[in-house]
Design a protein around this ligand. Structure first.
Ligand code: FAD
Length: 502
């Protein structure tokens, strides 16, 4: 079968999704296609989305982005995980850190030996067996040393915090130097082909038509093409994730530059704290059925670690996903494809994986329906697996101080999640379905951190002598402590390698 390549890709929207798409496609399409990006300064961008997960390093690699330069340009800092405060019970604190826990040695996973020894009172806390968590809590940072194969320093996994507006601006410059054409203007009409309903142009307020063969809808929550034009439909997941509003406000920096995000559960939602070089980003995600906007704002403003640098900015959302991320010749990327609250900082990653998926299934003029269907299947699977992980945090709370938390603990959750919780509750077993984003270690940390104690552990743990296990656990921990002692302070590392221009 002959293939007729497309000629022009139009990206609608210049937020994080638009400019990440433009940057990556400029590399992948190697100048053989015209790439145009339309954005409107008048409408602006959502301007939040400042915490990431380690997979963003892959995006940087593919896009040819230098880590230090990118952090300098975006006031960025390093992130080793997320600290969860008050999520199990009031006063609880645990870390979901990136990367490995322990070192596998015998027949079953490291954490199974830990489960046994911890219940016997012969093991320290889970986080003590991970270099990333130990470093985070000691306020230390350095990137992994892949040249040291036998050291835990090889296991450090990191992501970034950055200023969302500076990030879009940085990528915009980069993409334009790679040939992407930026068009400023407000889209007032979308034109469709009569024959098949494919979008063939967007029309700007000036009257100009921007024509294309493939449209990437990065227009944010409004879903200008995917929803307003193609009426694709939306799966609403509010019954599992009832938070529907957020308030965001920056504040002045605190004396210590923490290398992690903090999420503190509030009466009917939670508050984020994202440390950047020049400020701290804060926000309160909440459920409007349980708390008023005024109360939510007051809670946020009363819990900042520095002087506020503005008024809280309101955002509204409906958790869920677009029924098809790819419809006709429109692919929704970013907030136009759906929304999961930022509890595990997954949205930017989902932009990245959508772009990768689009490159994998890049169409020609025929727009193979089989490819489109497979793209949509993978996209749905990704959304649902991440959704389950986020619901887990709510489901496993034991708070009795508000109706919100009690309702979350009592709610029926998706089958897939019920199954995972049951497996862990019985023998501490961890299940990763369909190569899903979050690792066994991630699931372990949240279930353990929120006080779900398995009834027992893997039976084969008992084939190992208890003293041998105790000695092994201790040796892993002791080496981690020594390594972390040698690591530089987070702020010091930044000052040396990637301090932003004032
Ligand atoms: P937007 O930033 O809204 O961009 C939309 C673009 O479309 C803009 O350029 C706009 O001008 C353009 N546009 C729209 N309509 C028109 C029109 N008619 N004509 C021309 N142009 C138009 N993600 C994370 O990974 N980590 C986080 O910590 C995180 N925190 C978040 C906190 C909150 C409260 C929210 C709501 C989201 C958070 N996210 C987070 C998600 C993250 O912000 C988004 O995934 C990311 O910013 C991408 O947004 P976007 O580019 O899809 O949309």
């Amino acid at each position: 079968m002959q293939s007729f390549p497309l000629k022009t890709v139009v990206i609608v929207g210049g937020g994080t999704a638009g400019w990440m798409s433009a940057t990556a496609l400029a590399v992948a399409l190697k100048g053989r296609y015209t790439i145009r990006l339309v954005e409107s300064d008048e409408i602006g961008i959502v301007g939040v989305g400042e915490a990431t997960i380690p997979m963003i390093q892959l995006f940087n690699k593919v896009a040819g982005i230098d880590e230090n330069e990118f952090l300098r340009q975006t006031q960025g800092t390093f992130k080793l995980g997320i600290e969860f405060v008050n999520w199990g019970r009031m006063g609880d604190r645990y870390m979901h850190g990136f990367g490995k826990i322990g070192q596998d040695l015998w027949t079953v996973r490291f954490d199974q030996y830990w489960q046994k020894m911890h219940r016997l009172g012969k093991a320290k806390e889970l986080q003590d067996y991970s270099i990333t968590r130990t470093a985070a809590l000691a306020n230390k940072f350095m990137p992994a040393r892949h040249d040291l194969p036998n050291s835990p320093l090889r296991d450090i996994a990191h992501a970034y915090h950055f200023d969302a507006s500076l990030y879009s601006r940085y990528l915009s410059k980069l993409a334009q130097t790679r040939g992407v054409q930026r068009i400023e203007g407000k889209i007032v009409r979308v034109s469709q082909r009569e024959a098949d309903g494919h979008v063939d142009a967007v029309v700007l307020e000036s009257g100009a038509r921007v024509e294309g063969d493939l449209f990437i809808d990065c227009s944010g929550f409004r879903g200008l093409l995917i929803e307003q034009t193609l009426h694709t439909g939306y799966d609403d997941w509010t019954h599992w994730l009832p938070c529907d509003r957020a308030l965001a406000v920056p504040c002045e920096s605190a004396p210590k530059l923490l290398p992690y995000t903090r999420s503190t559960a509030r009466r009917a939602g939670w508050q984020w704290r994202i440390p950047l070089q020049h400020r701290i980003g804060n926000g309160h995600v909440y459920c409007s059925a349980h708390v008023s906007d005024d109360e939510a704002a007051a809670t946020l403003m009363a819990n900042l670690d520095g002087k506020p640098l503005g008024e809280p900015r309101p955002l509204k959302f409906t958790t869920g996903r677009r029924k098809k991320a790819w419809n006709r010749n429109v692919v929704a990327v970013g907030l136009s494809s759906g929304f999961l609250e930022p509890l595990e900082s997954t949205s930017i990653h989902m932009i990245q994986s959508a772009i990768q998926r689009l490159i994998d299934y890049f169409p020609d003029e025929a727009f193979s329906q089989a490819d489109v269907d497979e793209y949509n299947r993978q996209s749905q699977q990704e959304y649902e697996r991440i959704r389950d992980f986020i619901i887990l945090h709510y489901k496993l709370n034991q708070r009795d101080d508000s109706a919100f938390w009690k309702e979350c603990a009592a709610m029926a959750v998706p089958e897939t999640l019920t199954h995972k919780i049951a497996l862990y509750a019985s023998r501490g077993r961890l299940l990763r379905i369909d190569n899903e984003l979050f690792s066994e270690e991630a699931w372990l940390q949240v279930m353990q951190g929120q006080n779900l104690v398995p009834q027992s552990y893997h039976p084969l743990v008992d084939v190992q002598r208890e003293d041998d296990i105790a000695e092994y656990l201790e040796s892993v921990r002791a080496v981690i402590v020594k390594c972390v002692e040698l690591m530089p302070d987070h702020a010091q590392y930044i000052a040396q390698h990637c301090a932003a221009n004032a």
